[in-house]
Design a protein around this ligand. Structure first.
Ligand code: CA
Length: 279
């Protein structure tokens, strides 16, 4: 090979490196860095949450976050009008975040460990598959929603986590979006999109089992798996939403609801958290 060609080949990488690391290119590189292009959280929010890497931002708020205290993923439900109930009555809700999944046994265990709160346990036969033993949840159910929790247990968890849980209205908006759909995915019931009685499973399932059943904001398990406690009073108890593994297609509609006395616990009732953050 010609010696000038050889010299060129030896020097080429060095020349390229010098060129690319020149101040002009270095400046260009910093403009592309994620720190530069990502909006900043409002003051004080960084102590409560962190944005999920790569999330989209909407009006200065990350669409997906991780709540620092309990490690739960939460999604943004932007404020504004939506259609509530079977009559599709116009209602308005301010912006809030809601848990992407129901609170799992695994997550509840962290709360129990830190607070020494009594574990889910009941003497009845029907409760046996869900009873915790020696401070841990039944084997193989770490990713299942926690059940056998009363409304008071939910209040205690939320106090510990520094969050709240949704009202009936907030819950329904998070489940059906703004267009008044009957199910989180649309207007028609379809098998294979949630854990209802029609799946024939007849017990709880992992909270991430139905990615094709998520709501317009990305919430899993709004329909089926477990009824979820809300803050809204009804009769001598509180409203439950979402239907469960024990219910058919009508009860897992976003508009369906039930209620239970606050001290009641069931094998098909759990919860998820929500929070309205100060502006
Ligand atoms: Ca549910």
């Amino acid at each position: 090979m010609d010696k000038w060609v050889k010299r060129f080949l030896t020097a080429a990488p060095l020349v390229a490196w010098l060129f690319l690391s020149s101040p002009v290119f270095a400046e260009d590189e910093s403009k592309k860095s994620p720190e530069e292009s990502q909006p900043k959280l409002k003051p004080g929010w960084d102590k409560l949450l962190k944005p999920k890497p790569g999330t989209v931002w909407l009006n200065g708020m990350p669409k997906e976050i991780v709540w620092l205290k309990d490690g739960a993923e939460m999604v943004l439900v932007p404020g504004g009008e939506f259609l509530f109930g079977e009559e599709k009555e116009k209602r308005e809700e301010p912006t809030f975040y809601i848990d992407k999944f129901p609170v799992t046994n695994e997550r509840y265990a962290k709360f129990v460990e830190e607070t020494k709160h009594p574990v889910p346990q009941m003497p009845q036969d029907w409760a046996k598959p869900y009873n915790w033993r020696l401070g841990t949840c039944p084997e193989g159910q770490a990713k299942h929603p926690v059940v056998l929790v009363s409304w008071y247990d939910v209040v205690a968890y939320c106090r510990w986590a520094g969050k709240a849980f949704p009202s009936e209205t907030q819950w329904e908006k998070a489940a059906r979006g703004a267009d008044g759909r009957k199910y989180p995915w649309g207007d028609e019931f379809e098998k294979g999109r949630c854990n209802s009685y029609l799946e024939g499973i007849e017990k709880t399932t992992p909270v991430d089992k139905y990615p094709n059943g998520v709501s317009p904001y990305g919430c899993y398990d709004m329909a089926g798996n477990i009824w979820e406690w809300t803050t809204t009073p009804r009769a001598i108890g509180r409203v439950l939403k979402g239907g469960s593994w024990f219910d058919g297609d009508l009860k897992v509609q976003t508009t369906a609801s039930g209620w239970a006395r606050p001290q009641e616990k069931a094998a098909n009732t759990g919860f998820r958290c929500a929070v309205v953050l100060p502006e």
